[in-house]
Design a protein around this ligand. Structure first.
Ligand SMILES: [Zn+2]
Length: 150
């Protein structure tokens, strides 16, 4: 095989090289010794090589993106509340917990706040839940459109 693909240990990018070479220098400046490196892909066709390098780099870039998204996906308070609430089996008790957590977080919460948690819990209507919570005196309307857990 005349050509191979390596992944640069410096910048992590895929690079096509001639396998007869002893060393190569990556665009990032890193000199790579080819003697002991394992080729990710080998081919005799320069055209195939170029395609494979592009593919490998797309995969690598995709992986980086995924990792970055994962890292930046910090749990927002609504998710945290919904996760806490998931452990409570009784539906009313569960919504009571959500209401009191929202109250702790925001002092007063709106139907919209409730909806954000309710959506994560897979229940449909925040309005109904709010009505039930008020019915059971778990939540009261503290000011116009704002609610607090008792
Ligand atoms: Zn490099």
């Amino acid at each position: 095989m005349k050509y191979g693909i390596i992944v640069c240990p410096g910048c992590g990018k895929a690079k096509g090289v001639g396998t007869e070479k002893k060393t190569t220098t990556c665009p990032c400046g890193r000199e790579i010794k080819l003697a002991r490196i394992k080729y990710q892909y080998e081919t005799d066709s320069p055209h195939e090589l170029a395609e494979a390098v592009a593919q490998a780099n797309a995969l690598i870039a995709g992986g980086e993106k995924l990792q970055k998204e994962k890292r930046s996906r910090k749990k927002d308070p609504y998710t945290m509340i919904s996760e806490k609430a998931k452990r409570v089996k009784d539906p009313l008790e569960r919504m009571g917990l959500v209401a009191s957590e929202l109250t702790k977080m925001k002092d007063e919460f709106t139907e919209d706040d409730l909806r954000r948690v309710v959506m994560l819990l897979g229940k449909s209507s925040a309005k109904d839940i709010l009505a039930r919570l008020q019915e059971h005196n778990i939540v009261y309307e503290s000011s116009d459109g704002k609610y607090r857990a008792v």
